[in-house]
Design a protein around this ligand. Sequence first.
Ligand SMILES: Cc1ncc(COP(=O)(O)O)c(C=O)c1O
Length: 393
Amino acid sequence: MNAPPRPSVEVIPMLDLRAQFESIAPEIRAAVEEVLVSQKFALGPQGEALEEEIAAACGARYGIGLASGTEALELGLHACGVGLGDEVIVPAFTFIATGSAVSALGARPVFADIEPASFNLDPEEIEQRITPRTRAIVVVHLYGLAADMDPILEIAAKRGIPVIEDNAQSFGATYRGRKTGSMGRLGCLSFYPSKNLGAYGDAGMIVTSDEKLAARMRSLRNHGQTGQYVSTERGWNSRLDELQAAVLRVKLRHLADWTAKRQAHARQYDSLLRDVPGIVPPRVPPGREHVYYLYTLRVEGRAGGYTRPTDKGNEIRSDVVQQRLRARGVDSMVYYPVPLHLQPLYASLGGKPGDLRVSERAAREVLSIPLFPEMTPEQVQRVAEAVRDAAKA
Ligand SMILES: Cc1ncc(COP(=O)(O)O)c(C=O)c1O
């Protein structure tokens, strides 16, 4: 006789894209069908409409649709004059693409530390790193929260250095009434599927209000062509896919609603996790609207985080709390366990543990827990209870 099936605990994932798709499937199917009928697949009317819609949503004049957020950074940095032997100041605590886009141009990322509360670039870390070779500053708005832009823009303006916003994670966030992506020379967006506005494949965009720069980047994304089959400089093949643009336009119509739901879940987490010893919920400085791409806790050492050295001598966090959450049917992720100055990729730059202590501590302590619009208040409650138990177990 077969044993009766064991009751399975529902695992709460970090993100449920299937639930999102089910809520918009007829609209998506219609939009995809329209592209299939049009038989235009790259740089067509869907992409042009999306560029206008995204630029308007960011408070910028122009959008340049691209194939990914990484290429948005590469192209944007290149258009701002970054090239061989230049230096670009980059926060150490970010996704690797922020640094590797600089390296792809033959320039050198100069890593700077972050603020402990916001996990974003510390303005006080910038000035001491500026040299005659500094060609740009890349600011990342991490996890859905804007960096402290005013002091950064002031330092950059004083030195005549362009600021590029890596807005891959924070489309829609605000800083003192301004949208992320619209404050620097240009802003780079990623529409990677897991993003708050995610495509069904790779896609990206640059937004800017600089007309000349926009025209140049339009040419750069398509082999540097300025006329039909006439190239004036070496460019990229980074054209925005029409199917992705059509999907993104459907999703954009729902984004405000999804963001409000993310924010409501975040408020529920905030109140449930406020008093848990060793757990620090995200803090939002006054004047900023957080769009909660991720809900990231700081799990302080005594709540169970520990580190283990790798063969390279760096430390990689292996988190007890994460294992306990998994045992309770709750997914979680560490974004990001290795700061850029300690990445094997950048060993030749000579970064050592202890160089950027705030980033290194963040890498050991951060833990993101499930947050997506389709979550129910009961699921939020279940995750919060699991965190509470895991932190004290
Ligand atoms: C901070 C940051 N920068 C850059 C990127 C690169 O974007 P993409 O994956 O679209 O190339 C991402 C996302 O993946 C990111 O999170």
